[in-house]
Design a protein around this ligand. Sequence first.
Ligand SMILES: [Zn+2]
Ligand SMILES: [Zn+2]
Length: 377
Amino acid sequence: MGMRQRRWGMGLLALLLGLAGCARRVPPPPPPPAPPPREVPLRVHFLDVGQGDAVLIQTPEGKNLLLDGGERGAGGTVIAYLRQQGVTALDLVIASHPHEDHIGGLLEVLTAFPVKTLLDSGYVLGTPTQERLLELVRERGVRYRLGRAGNVIRAGPCTLEVLAPEEPLLHDTESDANNNSLVLRLIYGQTAFLFTGDLEEAGRQRLLRHGREVRSQVLKVAHHGSRNGTDEKFVAAVQPQVAIISCGANNSYGHPHREALRALRLAQVHVYTTRDNGNIVVTSDGQQIAVCPERGGELIVRPRLRPSAGKSPSSSPRPAAEKQEIPLTGRYIGNRNSKVFHGPECKTLPAPRNRVLFPTREAALQAGYRPCRRCQP
Ligand SMILES: [Zn+2]
Ligand SMILES: [Zn+2]
């Protein structure tokens, strides 16, 4: 840098300092030492909805995803739990398959919260509950997406991979609705969760035959711990360290079945059930996993394996079109002080410590924030 340039530089610096000085008459006190940045963990809540499934996924950047909603009668329980967790809107609702104990409660959820997108298995059962669900999707302007193997949903630092079903859907199995369940793998850092819906043997075999990467430390056990949902071969493929079974007390199916529990215990998997443990919250900071049940002992798990992003080891390459990204748009950033919210692209975003994240525009407006004049139409 030449002498002339350096003088220019100094002048500019003095000018900037001068301006900064003018802006505040009293020099600000030195800022307190900033606390070390604390990553918000990924939170996966397995709700106690009796006989059925309902899982709330809260990503580190504040997105709320709901996977299934229990039976019709469980809708109120799910809504109350979501509100308790500060949920005002859902970025994604996932219907693993159209059985009553998975989508029944979603009817009430869809009327209670604004929902951006519904991810569906697309298996048509044609029950009044399924018809009502699809009606609600239209009425409430929810975006409808089919989930197919190879789809990838990115939610900030987390990735949700759809591992099943794939076309053509399975037919003439013991239960086609169950075997065409959406199977999802949620990856955050070194940790992974596998959600298997009510998958039974036929669906499980297809998943393994097609070489889908299923290895995950946390397994949401298929079909409420039914004997047709879990076997030793599948447990060996997933290598879970923690298994969660969602089932009700004294259910008429006798879930969880002894055979499924045995397969998990043989592999020394820590088993939790919503029946015995109530609501179970599993958090991950991307490095390790903590299991915090409503009843029973807490557990910290260090991953034994590093999950590779779903690369299929199968020799037949999958068509490129299969790997389709489903965008999860609509994160809004509010300024705690000015109560103005911005889109992520805005040039006048508040300092990180003043940011409040909203999943939707509606949530921001509801919280009393005004849209930014520059970036919000
Ligand atoms: Zn079920
Ligand atoms: Zn089912």
